[in-house]
Design a protein around this ligand. Structure first.
Ligand SMILES: [Zn+2]
Length: 277
């Protein structure tokens, strides 16, 4: 797959289906790719909704359960997929990102022994993953999430690859990354870290180094409910090596001796960390 005149085409030149959404803004120079789920009824109903002026919502691309791809907005034009959002000190991600919607029922509640979507659709058990969202604390019971199909993931990877190659995008992120607390999509079943690793070739053997830009509290777990560790807080300017990410929290290894403590390993909030260099 590739991009030609800001539209997706197959490698043999066949155009990917395009239907123009009414819901667009101005010119777009995208830096990021944002993944969503539709939490809808079907691919057709979600596409119809994103085309309609009534919804005041859109996305550049919708990917169906069977891997079918439809484009609704050219990639040089703002689509309305992100809403109130921020990433790396940039607000309003519609102005800075391409949005992909995956047809998926989203978060499911268990009602009378069945998994039920927000639109009250019953999802068969063999399409349900029971898991906690990365932003939920471990004290909460896990929910159900409709699983993505292999064909859908394959299409998502192919579209992402084409967009990253063509536009030099910096990263692929979830709606839940840029609108935490408000959005849960694409949820625990979407293999975001695998996608990132595959498309950006992240080196597993050289985890990123961050610098604390303020006094940094290091906790025993990913959340303010976990107590600060002995030796915390560490001074601004201290370097830490990222070991693991859970939502907005990072497990880090404190590299520089500070406050008399060496070899402190714990969790801190990402807002206080900036990449070294
Ligand atoms: Zn979303």
């Amino acid at each position: 797959m590739k991009v030609l005149n800001h539209r997706l085409v197959q490698d043999d030149g066949t155009a990917i289906p395009f239907k123009a959404s009414a819901n667009t803004g101005g010119a777009l120079n995208a830096r990021w790719l944002v993944m969503h789920y539709t939490a809808g009824r079907s691919t057709e109903s979600s596409v119809a909704w994103l085309l309609s002026p009534l919804s005041r919502a859109s996305a550049h691309v919708v990917i169906g359960r069977y891997g079918g791809i439809i484009q609704l907005v050219p990639f040089n034009t703002v689509a309305w997929h992100a809403g109130i959002s921020s990433w790396q000190n940039v607000n309003g991600l519609n102005q800075h990102s391409i949005g992909i919607e995956l047809d998926n029922a989203g978060r499911l509640d268990q009602i009378a022994g069945k998994w039920v979507s927000p639109l009250k659709i019953i999802i068969p058990d063999d399409q349900v993953r029971v898991d906690r969202h990365k932003h939920e604390s471990h004290g909460m019971p896990p929910s159900g999430w409709q699983t993505y199909t292999p064909q859908q993931i394959e299409s998502a990877f192919a579209v992402s690859q084409a967009l990253i190659n063509h536009y030099g995008l910096e990263d692929v992120i979830g709606h839940d990354d840029i609108s935490p607390g408000r959005c849960l999509d694409p949820g625990p079943d979407f293999p975001l870290e695998h996608l990132r690793g595959t498309l950006f070739g992240q080196k597993e053997d050289s985890p990123p180094i961050f610098v604390a830009r303020a006094m940094l509290t290091v906790r025993g777990g990913p959340g303010t409910e976990h107590p600060a560790l002995p030796g915390s807080p560490i001074r601004a300017g201290t370097r830490v090596q990222a070991l693991e990410q859970q939502g907005l929290w990072w497990k880090v290894d404190v590299l520089d001796e500070s406050n008399g403590v060496v070899d402190l390993v714990g969790w801190c909030h990402g807002r206080h960390l900036v990449a070294e260099n």
